[in-house]
Design a protein around this ligand. Structure first.
Ligand code: OXD
Ligand code: MN
Length: 609
């Protein structure tokens, strides 16, 4: 099938207009077939853009290296170009949409000369699900096409659902003109200099225009751009939720299952939690999704979630057989690696893989690299935000329901972040609206997933959506409150929890082991949903009694007390920061209900002092 066979007149016209602007040498339709995927991979290997990995160790896998400047999302170059700046709100970069389109049109002009334009029809969500949405991405990057083929459902089946006049979100993408005339595209993917990179969203017309970056979050436009930034706008208008959340299934020893979602900022262990192997005997965790959840009320009044993606775009460093065995297996075949290190026998290696580098490596910059553990300043062989793109169907812990078009019923929602101090291991909101308050105040230590924010500092990341909300975040808080108020049956609303796996002692030692041991907290969450867990009411919400969560080996009673106590002074500092630095930003868009929760929290903390 090729572009000529497309029956959708609007789609054909739009492709024609973009081709006229960008002047590619050829236009190819991504039909979703495995033969086309193999052909594209061969092409990238033959042109020197990718390295095929050792088929005995990593069958069907390749490694791509990026330009050193193109390794992560670029928040400063990401725009929400709504008609007014107020509609984009204080947490987004805004530009006048007409001006932005003009600047970008100039950059797109002729940018695909000598390249192929690929047309990728894709579905976010199981094809035909009434929660799913269709997009079409136009790109000049074979890396993007192959990644999209793993991360979304691509091709003819999508065009069939689209029919002759169905609705799709138009997504433009180009890696941009080569940096210098005549510069070859081989070795690493080309990209534009930083000041020419744009990841732009036009919320009113629901369009996405991306230029100058080949990195996943900037270039695989179904993911952050459509499934979060544009989807938040659709969700606001249509009464549902588009969230930066994992979805997991947890089953107790008696065989009863519940589904949870969890919002954590980028690189805070969503993939690990979604694929967790419980240490609590008899419990089982299965995976539905690791990054994005779309939630809608079902006809039974329960909130249902789908994973709009079909693959995992996971952070490689730190992934080992002990931290996430299921991710390693998922990424052991048919996987695209980006910016990890290459071993002498064409296997991959990264920091935290669980064993020393086996001999001489080629690092993510393409240079020889020999591990020197004595040198604490040695640059890592893999970029800290190096990734694997693996099909979800290969995950050993994938839940049978992961592609159910109606989604899975959600019992609980977790919020969390990296907080070395103050925030306890787990606390529960008193009700939905109080849970929205907890989501709105989440903060986290910054990680390497975005380029232009300083790793290590704490920033507020409400609902883990700071970089992903396509409209004014104050209105987004109100939307969450409204979804709760509109619940067909308030009793069926998911319970909301705030968790923190990242507490440290003053000496910098981890207080909680994390990973599989987090199942002890999930067990308490499950039992709260059942109504059987032991709990106490505190000024910050509902917390486990000291004996309600079994202590893992190595966690003393003292540690557990620390993890499960309310640090009144720390929380009062938190209140002060929210009151002076966080909430005022939203001005008149801050829902009054949330300001009232903050006042009540402060009063309750002072009364408990
Ligand atoms: C991701 C991110 O890639 O959040 O999922 O940056
Ligand atoms: Mn993410």
């Amino acid at each position: 099938m090729n572009v000529k066979d497309i029956k959708h007149a609007g789609l054909k016209k739009w492709i024609g207009e973009f081709a006229e602007l960008t002047t590619p040498d050829a236009i190819v339709l991504a039909d979703g077939s495995s033969s086309q995927y193999d052909e594209l991979i061969n092409l990238t290997v033959e042109s020197g853009l990718a390295t095929r990995l050792n088929p005995a160790k990593k069958p069907g896998c390749v490694l791509f290296l990026s330009d050193p400047s193109d390794v992560a999302r670029v928040e400063k170059r990401t725009y929400i170009a709504s008609e007014t700046q107020d509609a984009a709100g204080p947490t987004n970069n805004w530009m006048d949409p007409k001006q932005l389109k003009k600047e970008m049109t100039d950059l797109y002009r002729g940018c695909m000369k000598g390249r192929t334009l690929y047309v990728i029809p894709f579905s976010m969500g199981p094809i035909g699900s009434d929660i799913a949405k269709i997009g079409v991405e136009l790109t000049d990057s074979p890396y993007v096409v192959t990644n999209m083929m793993i991360m979304t459902r691509v091709g003819k089946k999508v065009l069939d659902v689209l029919g002759t006049d169905g609705y799709f979100v138009p997504c433009f993408h180009s890696v941009g003109k080569p940096l210098a005339e005549g510069e070859s595209d081989g070795g690493i993917w080309p990209c534009a200099p930083m000041e020419h990179k744009y990841i732009s969203h036009f919320p009113e017309t629901r369009e996405i225009w991306s230029y100058g970056s080949g990195y996943g979050g900037n270039a695989l436009l179904g993911k952050k751009c459509l499934a979060l930034r544009i989807a938040t706008v659709l969700a606001r208008d249509e009464g549902w939720l588009a969230e930066h959340m994992l979805i997991l299934k947890i089953t107790n020893p008696e065989g009863k299952s519940r589904f949870l979602t969890g919002a954590f900022p980028s690189a805070c262990g969503k993939t690990n939690l979604a694929m967790l192997i419980p240490t609590v005997p008899g419990w089982k965790v299965e995976t539905v999704g690791d990054d994005i959840a779309w939630m809608k009320y079902g006809s039974d009044g329960q909130l249902y979630a789908i994973n709009p993606e079909a693959g995992f775009f996971g952070v490689a460093p730190g992934t080992s057989a002990s931290s996430n065995y299921n991710a390693l297996v998922s990424a052991s075949s048919n996987t695209i690696f980006t910016n990890v290190a290459l071993t002498e026998d064409n296997d991959v290696w990264w920091e935290g893989i669980g064993y020393d580098a086996p001999g001489k490596l080629i690092d993510w910059n393409g240079n020889e690299w020999v591990q020197n553990k004595a040198d604490k300043t040695q640059k890592p062989a893999a970029h800290p935000n190096a990734r694997f793109t693996a099909p979800a169907s290969q995950c050993p812990s994938i839940a049978a329901e992961w592609e159910d078009p109606k989604g899975v019923p959600i019992s609980a929602i977790l919020f969390g972040g990296r907080r070395p101090h103050t925030i306890p291991l787990v606390h529960q909101s008193n009700d939905w609206s109080h849970g929205v308050f907890l989501g709105s105040i989440v903060g986290s230590e910054v990680t390497a997933a975005a380029l232009d924010v300083k790793a290590g500092t704490i920033r507020r990341d409400p609902f883990a959506m700071l970089p992903f909300c396509g409209y004014n975040m104050g209105d987004y808080f109100q939307h969450w409150l409204d979804v709760g108020h509109a619940a067909p049956d308030a009793e069926k609303l998911p319970k909301i929890f705030y968790v923190n796996w990242f507490r440290k002692t003053d000496e910098g030692k981890w207080l909680w082991p994390g990973f599989g041991e987090n199942s002890r907290v999930l067990k308490w969450v499950f039992e709260r949903c059942e109504g059987t867990a032991k709990y106490v009411k505190t000024p910050i919400g509902i917390m486990p009694t000291l004996d309600a969560i079994d202590r893992p080996v190595g966690v003393s009673e003292e540690d557990m007390k620390e993890l499960l106590s309310v640090d009144i002074d720390g929380w009062l500092e938190e209140v002060k920061d929210i009151r002076t630095n966080h909430y005022p930003m939203f001005g008149k868009h801050l829902p009054k209900e949330l300001a009232t929760f903050l006042d009540k929290l402060e009063a309750d903390l002072r009364a408990a002092k």
